[in-house]
Design a protein around this ligand. Structure first.
Ligand SMILES: C[S@@+](CC[C@H](N)C(=O)[O-])C[C@H]1O[C@@H](n2cnc3c(N)ncnc32)[C@H](O)[C@@H]1O
Length: 209
């Protein structure tokens, strides 16, 4: 697995990742992390390991530059998550996805859902935050796009705990660069889906959430 630390790209092997992950009580994986603010926020809790994943090396550089030991930034596509991330995450977030990541959420792509299952431990949570501008690029509006993703998850066996609208005040509170941008934009609104990874998809077992 390739990890980014500022300008450097390093390789972290399975045993290093295993040892690192098992030093912490909870592993949070943020997919499509961008500048990694969410993973850095998770790492402010000393019992957490925050892992930010993004296929764009450039996006990961700034956030990873001064990352603490319990924040890791990995170059990977959410559609083909490295096997070495298996059985780690008690919590997975996908915040304001765009491009292929949003496209596969809208179609409920089995490759994405299987990958979420593979990297998670039983009982893991999944939180998704969406914005209308990105959904519009795929032909959906804020509400219908959110419903579509909820439907795809439901059909795959996910139980939806909450589906909510995020107002500007909610967006401002989130440790996400994109949320802050949206909060100050023309349509300061987002949506939120909270669910749990179903056990038939979460095939892990070494740890529990
Ligand atoms: C709008 S940015 C949001 C960044 C960050 N989550 C935030 O809240 O500030 C969308 C991110 O999704 C990433 N992304 C797009 N397709 C992806 C994929 N297939 N797998 C993982 N990340 C992806 C992009 O590289 C980009 O960093």
């Amino acid at each position: 697995v390739e990890r980014v630390s500022g300008k450097q790209t390093l390789v972290i092997d399975e045993s290093e990742l295993f040892v690192l992950a098992h030093r912490y009580q909870t592993v949070s994986i943020d997919l499509g992390t961008g500048d990694g603010r969410w993973a850095l926020e998770a790492a402010t809790c000393p019992t957490h390991l925050g892992i930010g994943v993004d296929p764009c090396r450039e996006n990961l550089r700034a956030g990873s530059r001064e990352a603490p030991d319990n924040a890791l930034f990995i170059i990977a596509n959410a559609l083909s998550l490295p096997a070495r991330l298996a059985d780690l995450a008690g919590s997975i977030t996908i915040n304001f996805p765009w491009g292929s990541l949003l496209a596969v959420l809208l179609t409920g792509d089995p490759a994405l859902l299987r990958g979420l299952g593979r990297v998670s431990v039983p009982g893991a949570s999944l939180e998704i935050r969406l914005n209308g501008g990105a959904l519009a690029e795929h032909g959906w509006d804020q509400d219908t796009g959110t419903e579509q993703i909820g439907l795809m998850l439901y059909q795959a066996g996910f139980t939806l705990a909450r589906v909510e609208t995020l107002a500007a005040t909610d967006l401002r509170r989130l440790p996400s660069t994109w949320a802050r941008r949206l909060a100050h934009g023309r349509d300061p609104r987002g949506s939120y889906i909270s669910t749990a990874i179903p056990t038939h998809i979460a095939v892990g077992g070494r740890r529990s959430a």
